[in-house]
Design a protein around this ligand. Structure first.
Ligand SMILES: Nc1ccn([C@@H]2O[C@H](COP(=O)(O)OP(=O)(O)OP(=O)(O)O)[C@@H](O)[C@H]2O)c(=O)n1
Ligand SMILES: [Ca+2]
Length: 461
């Protein structure tokens, strides 16, 4: 959507360099209203072709080059006279966090490549960096609350649930004390103090969770004949699904280590059994230890979920594809069970336009989402309705990028502002009309006095 107001528009660009892909977001706002909640809007978004920047670890130059088409689109969308003042930020998330863990030099080369590329465009380059999981969670929360115009009102806030390919974030204002400093973030925005709980689970995005889960299923498999493919009988894939994959393609991740995994060819065979699938997914959440009064999983403190939540990114993509964005928890389980047991052949016939790689994973992904929300975060059938699966709020995508830009451009003041710092469009119009009215009145008074003076002169004559 383009702003129609006559006042000058200001622009900002944020690149979301995710584990699975990069998106370029262009934001626009009227110069005079920058301190109001909900004023910044998404003008345009462009999906970079190909995979995320971390996939260029062996060919770092390719990472920078991959951004070209979308950056040219940005050049065309933003008026040329605003280019030099438009800030560009790139934030990389879990894919680059994992690459940094695995090969720091390679991650630096990839960042240098995107930096070099972004500096070739006529915008104001402001940096390319790996953002922390805490930032990712907190800025996602700011985005959804800014867009819902919750921030300068006394109303409750919206919790934020973000599911990516390689990590997942949960952020909300809890009722109870935050027992761990790592999970606590404080903000003062528009004169209100916010005490947030946030956690980012690296390796628990949906692509890495699939690898974890497949790895666990194979861990116990004894390989008798190394020349034969190892059979992985998987309840999370449709009956009739049968593909061979290299072990390398599945287990090439620092999220899986120290386990005795096969190296050759895997024959991945679907069983289509939802309840067994859920059982297998539960194993990726370690709930055996907790040093706090309460934990989600893997020993991470989590207070009870409270209030309403917006669940975006892959939470939305998957639940929207499965048509499960507005069911009860029980209804969701039943429909998911039916979907998982549908033969692979039928699924392929029903969705010929969707890439089979993605199509094959929706049963796993839907079950993973359900298990993460119910067993991991402790949502129940009572508060399931408090989760809204969303892509956008108004015209802007829910995600961390908008919050990140608002923060870096100092667009959210800590204190509430009663009077506008700069007169806005309405104020100027009002003052013009008021001045005009005074002038007309003065003119009328002047004409009246002249007439009555002349009449008085005539009367004397
Ligand atoms: N229309 C779409 C878009 C994406 N995906 C999938 O959703 C997952 C996560 O996508 P996204 O939220 O874009 O993750 P990233 O930002 O790339 O990953 P991360 O945040 O972990 O860095 C990926 O498996 C992707 O293939 C999907 O199923 N349907
Ligand atoms: Ca993401």
């Amino acid at each position: 959507m383009r702003l129609t107001s006559a006042c000058t528009a200001v622009y900002g660009i944020v690149l979301d360099a995710g584990s699975s892909h990069t998106s370029v977001f262009i934001y626009e706002w009227p110069a005079e209203k920058e301190n109001n909640t909900g004023m910044v809007q998404q003008l345009h978004t462009c999906n970079v072709k190909g995979k995320g920047i971390s996939s260029y670890y062996a060919n770092p130059d390719g990472a920078g080059k991959s951004l070209h088409e979308c950056m040219m689109e940005a050049k065309n969308k933003i008026p040329a006279n605003r280019h030099s003042e438009t800030p560009v930020y790139l934030g990389a998330t879990a894919g680059m966090r994992l690459l940094k863990m695995e090969n720091e030099a390679a991650s630096e080369k990839v960042l240098a490549s995107v930096e070099h590329s972004l500096k070739t465009y006529p915008f104001s380059y402001q940096g390319a960096r790996i953002i922390s999981g805490q930032e990712e969670g907190a800025f996602g929360w700011i985005t959804v609350n800014y867009l819902s115009k919750n921030l300068n009102k006394p109303t409750g806030t919206l919790g934020a649930l973000d599911l990516g390919g390689a990590s997942t974030q949960i952020t909300f204002v809890p009722q109870q004390e935050i027992e761990s400093n790592d999970n606590s973030i404080d903000f003062r925005l528009y004169g209100n103090d916010y005490h947030l709980y946030t956690h980012s689970f690296l390796c628990y995005g949906k692509d890495q969770a699939l690898k974890l889960s497949m790895g666990m299923k194979l861990e116990s498999t004894r390989v008798a004949d190394k020349t034969k493919p190892i059979e992985l009988r998987d309840p999370c894939f449709h009956p009739g699904y049968n593909f061979t994959k290299t072990a390398q393609s599945v287990f090439n991740t620092p999220c899986i280590n120290g386990v005795n995994l096969p190296t050759g060819i895997i024959s991945h065979v679907g069983l289509g059994n939802w309840s067994q699938c859920q059982q297998s997914i539960r194993k990726v959440f370690n709930i055996t230890y907790c040093a706090y009064s309460k934990c989600s999983f893997n020993g991470v403190f989590q207070p009870s979920v409270d209030g309403k939540f917006g669940a975006f990114s892959a939470f939305f993509f998957v639940m929207d594809f499965l048509n499960l964005t507005s069911d009860s928890l029980d209804g969701t389980k039943q429909r998911l069970a039916k979907y998982c047991s549908t033969p692979w052949k039928e699924i392929v016939e029903k969705y010929p336009q969707i890439k089979q790689k993605y199509l094959s994973e929706y049963c796993f992904s839907g079950t993973y989402i359900l298990t993460l929300l119910e067993d991991g975060y402790s949502f129940t059938s009572d508060n399931w309705k408090d989760i809204s699966f969303i892509k956008k709020i108004g015209d802007s995508d829910a995600g961390w990028t908008l919050g990140y830009m608002l923060n870096l451009t100092n667009m959210i003041p800590a204190e509430a502002q009663d009077t506008p710092l700069m007169p806005d469009g309405g104020y100027i119009t009002f003052m013009l009309l008021f001045t005009l009215l005074i002038l007309v009145l003065l003119l009328m008074v002047f004409i009246y006095f002249r007439r009555s003076t002349r009449q008085a002169q005539k009367d004397i004559i």
